[in-house]
Design a protein around this ligand. Structure first.
Ligand code: PLZ
Length: 441
């Protein structure tokens, strides 16, 4: 049972991290791989809404949602009930051995919610990286071509193939190679840094693909419609559409990685909807299952079904408990209009962040959509990244009980990913803490 009062906000009983968190952190050092780090080592005992309660009884305002996962909030009764019921019924059969209805229902929801008025099928998986791997497998098989194009600043995961797709070396790739072949990296649209319009940026990217790869070798272009780990980079309007149209009219597939931006986060069910782009395949995970591990590839039935029988699968993919959580999560999103809620968050937070930019010259850019918003910090008057600012800000807010996350290829971005159920008061409190942190440096 949780002791959190979700209508209240931060409450600090100890310094952060408190003594119990510190003791757990010492214990962990003996047995948990040092390869894993934490944004902030406070150990969580319970959570509700937008509030995390740690083992010392401190209440922390969550502006990160476990990296865009708990969009519907923590410990949502509809999800808790659905999961409990499913756990009591059965927890596993393996869908490839003896199937169950929940899997089908999740695929029905995905077919209905994702853009595109054509028959779609899905495969369910456990993690975002696994979904991306499967999308690439399917794209190569369906097109009979090898080349996968990804863009600068991309993040697609940490498995071997997805490391190849991910752009940033440190910490994701360094000395973990060799990496998978037939992956080509081209420019993306980064309005702050390239100054190009969407169509100009698309033309540049297309020219790079033509020269580096050749369209006859191209299986798919894989892109995050708003980049997540790369720093919440929103491409200039028309970039995605131009790239998607060119890709699809040249016999290749356009795959949108909506793992971070999808499921209401940006004020649409999917971030591609803002641009009227209809991908051939979409990868989803994170927000779709209210915190349970579930991911999917959804796409045109002709492409998804091109795979030979038995070509796709995995022991746990579409696990019944995770599927039940997803169905409750999607129902909650619909019933509470979380698409609208994300837009409401933007209506409060974006003007606030723009005011901050007007005040503090180290803020080079304010960007994002819905409840996926970010500040990029640079040396005043330049585009020289100021990673130290992002570091100082997260450490300032975190130690005062407002959990914020950094991001960006250059580590100089602060990203806000609050649960979409955050109250206006909580949001204002979080933003005020951010302002205080920026003023402090
Ligand atoms: N695609 C767009 O954002 C995961 C990574 C955190 P997994 N992002 C958080 C970290 O440092 O490992 C992500 C994403 C996009 C794919 C993934 C990968 O999803 O569920 O982490 O495998």
């Amino acid at each position: 049972m949780t002791m959190t009062d979700p209508t209240t906000s931060r409450k600090l009983l100890t310094e952060l991290p408190g003594p119990k968190s510190q003791a757990l952190h010492e214990r962990r050092k003996k047995v948990v791989s040092a390869g894993l780090t934490q944004g902030f080592p406070i150990y969580i005992a319970s959570a509700e809404g937008a509030i995390l309660t740690d083992v010392d009884g401190n209440q922390i305002l969550d502006m990160g949602s476990g990296i865009a996962v708990t969009s519907i909030g923590h410990a949502v009764p509809a999800v808790t009930d659905a999961v409990s019921r499913q756990v009591a019924d059965f927890t596993h059969t393996c869908f490839m051995v003896t199937p169950y209805e929940e899997y089908i229902e999740v695929c029905e929801q995905l077919a209905e919610l994702t853009p595109g008025d054509f028959p779609k099928t899905s495969v369910l998986l456990n993690s975002g990286a696994e979904a991306v791997e499967n999308a690439v497998k399917i794209a190569r098989l369906a097109t009979g071509k090898p080349a996968i194009v990804v863009v600068d600043h991309a993040y697609h995961g940490r498995t071997n193939l997805t490391m190849a797709l991910t752009a940033k070396n440190m910490p994701y790739k360094d000395r973990f190679g060799p990496f998978a072949p037939e992956v080509y990296r081209v420019s993306t649209s980064y309005p702050l840094r390239d100054g190009l319009s969407g169509p100009e940026a698309a033309a540049k990217t297309i020219a790079e693909i033509e020269s580096l790869v050749g369209v006859h070798n191209l299986a798919a272009v894989l892109i995050e419609p708003i980049q997540g780990e790369g720093g919440f980079i929103v491409p200039a309007p028309g970039f995605l559409k131009g790239l998607a149209d060119w890709t699809q009219s040249n016999g290749a597939l356009f795959i949108a990685d909506e793992i971070q931006a999808g499921f209401c986060r940006t004020g649409e069910w999917f971030a591609v909807n803002h641009e009227g782009v209809i991908p051939d395949m979409i990868t989803t995970a994170k927000g779709m299952a209210g915190g349970m591990p579930l991911a999917a590839v959804t796409g045109r039935a002709d492409i998804m079904n091109a795979t030979h029988e038995g070509g796709l699968g995995g022991t746990y993919g579409g696990n019944p408990v995770a599927a039940a959580a997803a169905l409750a999560t999607i129902r909650t999103m619909r019933e509470n209009d979380l698409v609208g809620k994300a837009r409401h968050i933007e209506s409060i937070a974006l003007p606030f962040l723009q005011d901050l930019k007007a005040t503090f010259p180290i803020i080079a850019d304010v960007r994002g959509r819905g409840a996926m918003l970010a500040l990029e910090f640079c040396e005043p008057g330049t585009l020289t990244p100021l990673a130290s600012a992002a570091k100082a800000i997260t450490s300032y807010t975190n130690s005062r009980g407002v959990l914020t996350l950094a991001a960006g290829t250059y580590g100089n971005v602060i990203r806000l990913l609050p649960p979409l159920v955050i109250t206006d008061d909580q949001l204002r409190e979080g933003l005020a803490m951010l302002a205080e942190a920026i003023a402090s440096i």
